[in-house]
Ligand binder design. Structure first.
Ligand SMILES: *Cc1c(COP(=O)(O)O)cnc(C)c1O
Length: 341
């Protein structure tokens, strides 16, 4: 298979059209058999549930080339299961886990020429999503749905090494208690846009959202979970029912315990105690871990000892180990790496 003529090391994180995408439609209470298509346009009712009441959820995962030349994806069953959970919470039909994984494999195979070669730092980002496509005007779930998965090559998240970022404690809230913060719904992002644009205008890279009920506990950012390291090398991640269960974070917790022998605590994290931590990072599929150097909180700054130049030592070790597992340099736990080609 001949690769596309793309300057792999210099593509950003944007949409690039690729050859094939997967589509399956839900109608009369069942999913059709689904297929790959070259058609990148969607035609639907002007009154579709997704357009009127934002009935949609999505996933995000990456395919990449390993050192020995195989194309693989990382734990796609977890994305499939998370989309099942999102669909249930949004009163959408469940797209079965095995079908989700098959769809991902088909899309990646059909677009193998777009999977960046090993060593470029780039990867193929896969975006599965589902939306209500039939007309809805009185508020209720749609009757028809479409599941789609497309892919687009994306560049290395950090060009020239991961520089720590500066974030602010947001005055906006991300997710209400008993709301939809724990599912990957587009609506969580629509309402975060004003907060992130505001933060950027003020010179910050990201928002730290607190629990809306008491505004004393750390939740997450707009699209990544927090991971902290204490001065005695304990790994801490915030626990809350309104945090999106990041697959990267769950994988890092396993790596911390089983590969690095570190103690891990998943518990409520008070904003008040963050100043006592040694390292801070944001974890998600896009960057694996982005180190945080500084947190701005209403005139006060929390500066982590790891500084603004490089990742802290524990976060660096977690990053190296997980990316090593993903790239096939370090032996992966059973079932983590799915070979596609
Ligand atoms: C997708 C997402 C994450 C990261 O999850 P991964 O599975 O690690 O990519 C974190 N927070 C939010 C709000 C998200 O939508």
């Amino acid at each position: 298979m001949e690769k596309k003529n793309i300057d792999w090391s210099n593509i950003g994180f944007g949409y690039m059209h690729t050859d094939k995408r997967y589509v399956s439609n839900y109608k009369d209470g069942k999913w059709d058999e689904g297929c790959l298509t070259e058609d990148d346009k969607i035609v639907m009712s002007e009154c579709a549930g997704v357009l009127q009441y934002a009935q949609t959820c999505f996933e995000g995962l990456k395919a990449y080339t390993t050192e020995d030349g195989h194309i693989v994806v990382f734990r796609p069953e977890l994305n499939a299961q998370r989309m099942v959970d999102s669909a249930k919470r949004l009163e959408m039909p469940v797209f079965p886990v095995e079908r989700f994984v098959d769809a991902i494999c088909e899309v990646v195979k059909a677009n193998a020429a777009y999977v960046p070669p090993f060593g470029t730092g780039a990867s193929l980002y896969i975006r599965p999503y589902m939306f209500g496509s039939s007309p809805v005007i009185g508020v209720k779930p749609a009757e028809e749905y479409q599941f789609r998965a497309f892919c687009t090559p994306v560049g290395p998240y950090f060009k020239g090494g991961a520089k720590p970022i500066t974030i602010k404690v947001s005055d906006f809230d991300r997710a209400a208690p008993n709301g939809t913060g724990h599912v990957k719904a587009g609506l969580n992002y629509a309402m975060s846009l004003h907060a992130i644009v505001t933060a950027h205008e003020e010179g910050f890279d990201e928002n730290m959202y607190l629990d809306p009920a008491t505004r004393t506990k750390v939740e997450e950012t707009g699209g990544a979970n927090f991971i902290f390291v204490t001065k005695d090398n304990k790994v801490i991640t915030p626990k809350s029912d309104s945090i999106l269960p990041s697959i990267t974070r769950r994988s890092l917790i396993y790596v911390a315990k089983e590969y690095l022998g570190l103690e891990v605590e998943e518990r409520e994290v008070l904003l008040e105690e963050v100043k006592d931590f040694a390292e801070c990072g944001l974890c998600g599929t896009a960057a694996v871990i982005s180190p945080v150097g500084k947190i701005y909180n209403h005139g006060k700054e929390i500066c982590f000892p790891s500084g603004m130049e490089k990742m802290g030592p524990v976060i660096q070790k977690l990053y190296d180990t997980l990316t090593g597992i993903q790239m096939g340099k370090i032996e992966a736990p059973e079932g983590w790496i799915k070979r596609i080609l």
